[in-house]
Design a protein around this ligand. Sequence first.
Ligand SMILES: Cc1cc2nc3c(=O)[nH]c(=O)nc-3n(C[C@H](O)[C@H](O)[C@H](O)COP(=O)(O)OP(=O)(O)OC[C@H]3O[C@@H](n4cnc5c(N)ncnc54)[C@H](O)[C@@H]3O)c2cc1C
Length: 187
Amino acid sequence: MDARGYIQVDEQLRTNVPGIWAMGDCNGRGAFTHTAYNDFEIVAANLLDAASGEPPRTVGDRIPAYALYTDPPLGRVGMNEAEARQSGRNVLVGMRPMTRVGRAVEKGETQGFMKILVDADSREILGAAVLGVGGDEVIHCILDAMYACAPYTVIQRAMHIHPTVSELIPTMLGELHPLAPAGPAAA
Ligand SMILES: Cc1cc2nc3c(=O)[nH]c(=O)nc-3n(C[C@H](O)[C@H](O)[C@H](O)COP(=O)(O)OP(=O)(O)OC[C@H]3O[C@@H](n4cnc5c(N)ncnc54)[C@H](O)[C@@H]3O)c2cc1C
């Protein structure tokens, strides 16, 4: 175990004891049901599909993602603003308040906003937050584009269905501006 009591594992979740793996909260690599289940998928794939010729699955392949079931809900993936600044990348940010999302207005649930961070040079999506009605579901359209390693322009040019919260993500990606340096209030 490490100093905090987590069982130490490698990228394939193997412990230092041959034939013993550690999955779930006990390995300190996640604290969610979805990370625990993904741990199982990684170990099962590497054990059962070893002859497939595919490269082994690793815990480092997954993109951090979670939701908070508040009202309105929050969906989060990848880097936040502070992490994007620390990465030293040339970062662009897009933001849209829920007061400017038709579906949120129609439902009378206009609290919150959505925000996305992209790398200006590689066009990679670095992270996003959707705090607002449906945010825990909407975030998956960004998460899957990140898994596909698609440049942000793929979503920007996609035609999304009206009237949904997700339909404003392409619009938000068309209104990017440089991420401001950290100020006293930045977190
Ligand atoms: C209140 C609460 C709300 C949460 N909400 C969410 C959520 O909304 N979304 C989300 O993704 N995650 C949520 N989580 C976190 C999620 O529950 C855990 O990350 C997930 O259950 C971890 O799975 P696990 O298999 O590692 O551990 P567990 O699900 O805790 O399973 C461990 C099992 O081992 C058993 N066990 C322990 N010791 C022994 C022993 N000596 N012998 C035999 N069996 C033993 C336990 O009884 C338990 O059944 C929440 C957690 C809490 C506490």
